[in-house]
Design a protein around this ligand. Structure first.
Ligand SMILES: [Zn+2]
Length: 377
């Protein structure tokens, strides 16, 4: 394995002919105790071997799953495996070193997005394209340490997607989870939605900010309805795309209002980014005959459903779990074509300092933020 030496403090454009100095230790934000503030400490910088790639992190998005990990909510299922642990699965960075099996097409200095939903072993699911559903998963921040650190070892070069030329590499990071998951969800509902039919997005947090944009990009002839308990969230997404109608269930009966908006017909597809028993029980009732319900949000473990309505209308309910590596490449191609505004989806950029990193965690935990927040390294 050979390192190319460049000055890591330089931007990618200035790398050529420079010197990379990769420190033997670097700073990482660690969970030492569940639910307690993260501490920034030094950890060893790994050297990439074989197909591995070392990336100097540009930015790290904070997802609601990070909050569950931080709070220890996944401890009953053994996640994370150990403490200390490193959060974040929404990472962009610059390639600074690579193992000897990494092809020449991947170059030191390349700006990349890291696909976080990797696998430890190839199997029939990964070979069918469902990389995110592998039997043995190696998901960033869940099964392997995440990217809230200065250097991230990516376990295989197939997980890096070149983003050179995209105007704002920091803002690209959430396209690895929030952007990817909602893209997969909209692709899944797309075959069921005809022109002038209604699509409803429930929950306008980080994911909702991207979901409404994918609906406008992939289903331009559908009517877009949104539901959220926060008026400011409705206002935030309304600045990104044209919303045909919005419902705030705190102020009105959502089923009655949506029935009125759709002139008694109901909506053809719902993307539920919340996943509480209340949202599932309520918004399933807004679906018309042969409607589809995409479950994305993971806010509860169990929910009850209106059984007669589902059966009598032959409604389909399905889950959406992140997206495949193929989806990830499509998302970046769409970003290059300007299909979505990933820059305005970011509401706040925190610096990689203990105080600010913890503020970022707090803001997502308390749902104070709009859109997505990122930590810039
Ligand atoms: Zn996520």
């Amino acid at each position: 394995m050979k390192y190319i030496e460049i000055n890591i403090n330089c931007s990618a454009e200035r790398y050529s002919g420079g010197i990379i100095i990769i420190p033997t230790r670097h700073r990482a934000a660690l969970i030492r105790d569940f639910g307690k503030p993260l501490t920034i400490e030094e950890v060893p910088t790994p050297a990439p071997k074989d197909a591995e790639v070392l990336v100097k992190v540009i930015s790290a998005g904070i997802c609601h799953s990070d909050i569950h990990l931080w709070a220890g909510d996944y401890r009953p299922v053994g996640v994370p495996k150990t403490l200390p642990w490193i959060l974040s699965h929404e990472i962009t960075g610059v390639v600074v070193a690579k193992g000897d099996k990494v092809p020449e097409t991947i170059k030191v200095g390349d700006r990349v997005l890291v696909y976080p939903w990797g696998f430890a072993e190839e199997d029939e699911r990964t070979l069918s394209g469902y990389t995110q559903l592998a039997r043995k998963r190696a998901r960033l921040s869940i099964d392997i340490p995440g990217g809230l650190q200065e250097y991230l070892l990516v376990q295989h070069y197939r997980y890096i997607v070149n983003i050179d030329g995209l105007e704002d590499p920091q803002a690209v990071a959430p396209l690895a989870c929030a952007g990817l998951t909602t893209y997969n969800a909209v692709k899944k509902i797309k075959p069921y939605v005809g022109p002038d039919e209604h699509v409803l997005v429930v929950g306008l947090g980080g994911l909702g900010t991207y979901a409404v944009q994918w609906i406008r990009a992939l289903l331009p002839h559908a009517n877009l309805l949104v539901a959220d308990i926060r008026d400011e969230a409705i206002e935030f997404v309304s600045k990104l795309v044209k919303i045909d109608a919005a419902v705030n269930p705190v102020k009105e009966d959502p089923v009655k209002t949506i029935t009125e908006i759709t002139k008694g017909e109901g909506v053809k597809a719902v993307i539920d980014l919340v996943g509480l028993s209340q949202t599932i029980g309520t918004y399933l009732k807004t679906l018309t005959t042969l409607g589809v319900y995409a479950m994305v949000g993971l806010m509860s473990y169990e929910a009850s459903i209106p059984v007669p309505h589902v059966i009598r209308n032959e409604i389909k309910i399905f889950g959406v779990y992140t997206g495949s590596l193929g989806d990830q490449h499509e998302v970046i191609k769409h970003a290059r074509k300007g299909s979505i505004n990933y820059v305005k989806a970011i509401s706040k950029r925190f610096r990689f300092e203990e105080k600010e990193v913890n503020e970022a965690i707090k803001s997502v935990a308390e749902a104070k933020h709009l859109g997505r927040v990122i930590v810039v390294l």
